[in-house]
Design a protein. Structure first.
Length: 426
């Protein structure tokens, strides 16, 4: 029991005893001495009570911090014991789920509708000690939260934030007005008149469903559980990462695909610059200047650049006159190598990489300032895994389809710039 509670109870007892003694018309000498003793104890307890409250407040704060971190650790440990092998066997043979796997599935079912067996995205991580694609153990443990599952993806490196949504529509109100300050011209003059503070809603809409279909052969099902689980996780995680990266930047907004950054540019006010020149340090420097002029970034190191392998090849092949350095070396010195993400998947292909024409490709720049991310990627619930019992029945195999719902939206257009028509050759 807390010391402050004990003191409170004793104070209540003292008040009750004093009330009985004060009510007597002619108290005895013993009763008078008792009242003096109780009064002295009561005043002393008041000081002890205040000291106990101060001490216990510090203990509560320390305990609260421990509770917050403890909940994350407990969830991490629970997710680390989720077994995809149980999901595969449950869909193939009807085996009952057990342990932590059953607990997590039951919790997810209570928060959203799933036709098959729900699988949390955090369970798709490659866990420490498992065999990876190269055939060697990977000692790295990835944090079990939704925005870390794609931590090495293009979207994450470019500053996008993956948001997990249980259900419904999520909107991000973005300020679109230009409220300005003004000085009073005279001593009695008025300052600048009122300016409308306007916002625009940027919604994340659960209208886009991504499907990952994979076949598990009978031989795979008879192999060891850990090997099967690691393979299923790697395949699903890789397929989701590739599709999300492509949709985030090049999504057309048709045929069920969400609208990506490049297609959203004209509608949300993202700056698009027609370079009409070969990639060079000057092109990147001019884009950095424009973004810093717009207060999207305070320094060049806050910028992130998404380029194609072709762009890197052009920059690295252009050697500066009188030096052994290339344009690429110069860029890395100015912006840092970690500022560049090279992807052939997340950007549209060049029009004529190997043709006789100059061709053209695209570069995307974002400003990552540590505050609001420029891009939000919404992921609803978890992965809904559904079994197809007929397609591979003749071979004794298992076909699984993982359904994921996602969408893309832009928070601040000023934090993004798109460089178009970057030529393949001079």
């Amino acid at each position: 029991m807390l010391e402050s509670v004990k003191i409170q109870r004793r104070q209540s007892e003292i008040r009750q005893s004093l009330a009985e003694l004060v009510g007597k018309d002619k108290p005895t000498d013993d009763e008078t001495r008792s009242m003096e003793t109780l009064d002295k104890e009561y005043r002393s307890n008041e000081t002890r009570y205040r000291a106990a409250l101060i001490s216990e407040d510090e203990e509560r704060r320390a305990a609260n911090d421990d509770f917050e971190t403890r909940s994350e650790r407990e969830w991490s440990d629970l997710m680390g014991r989720f077994e995809l092998r149980q999901v595969a066997l449950a869909l193939d043979e009807g085996a009952a789920l057990s342990g932590e796997t059953a607990e997590i599935v039951q919790e997810m079912r209570s928060k959203g509708g799933y036709r098959g067996i729900p699988v949390p995205y955090a369970a798709l991580e490659t866990r420490a000690g498992e065999t990876v694609a190269s055939g060697t153990p990977d000692p790295k443990m990835t944090a079990p939260i939704i925005d870390r599952i794609f931590a090495e993806s293009v979207s994450a490196r470019m500053g996008a934030r993956v948001v997990n949504i249980n259900s419904g529509l999520m909107e991000y109100p973005v300020v679109t007005s230009s409220v300005t300050a003004g000085w009073a011209a005279t001593e009695t003059g008025s300052v600048a008149g009122p300016t409308v503070y306007a916002t625009t809603d940027r919604p994340l809409d659960p209208s886009h469903t991504l499907g990952i279909t994979m076949k598990i052969t009978r031989k795979s099902l008879k192999q060891s559980g850990d090997a099967l689980e690691a393979a299923v996780r790697r395949d699903m995680s890789g397929a989701i990462t590739e599709a999300v990266d492509r949709a985030t930047f090049t999504g057309a907004g048709s045929s069920g695909e969400p609208t990506g950054v490049i297609a959203l540019a004209s509608g949300v006010g993202i700056t698009e610059t027609d370079v009409s020149a070969i990639a060079s340090y000057a092109v990147f420097k001019a884009a950095a200047r424009r973004m810093m002029d717009a207060n999207a970034a305070m320094k060049p190191s806050a910028l992130r650049w998404l380029i194609r392998p072709l762009t890197y090849s052009i920059l690295d092949g252009d050697v500066l006159t009188g030096t052994a350095d290339s344009e690429w070396d110069r860029l890395v010195r100015r912006f840092g190598e970690s500022a560049f993400t090279i992807s052939d998947n997340a950007l549209p292909a060049s029009e004529a990489e190997d043709g006789t024409d100059k061709g053209a490709h695209t570069i995307v720049a974002t400003a990552v300032t540590g505050g609001t991310p420029p891009i939000f990627v919404g992921m609803w619930g978890g992965l809904d895994v559904v079994r197809d019992p007929y397609s591979d029945a003749a071979s004794g195999g298992l076909r699984l389809t993982g359904l994921a719902t996602m969408d893309v939206t832009i928070s601040r257009a000023a934090q993004i710039e798109i460089l178009n028509n970057v030529q393949d050759r001079a």
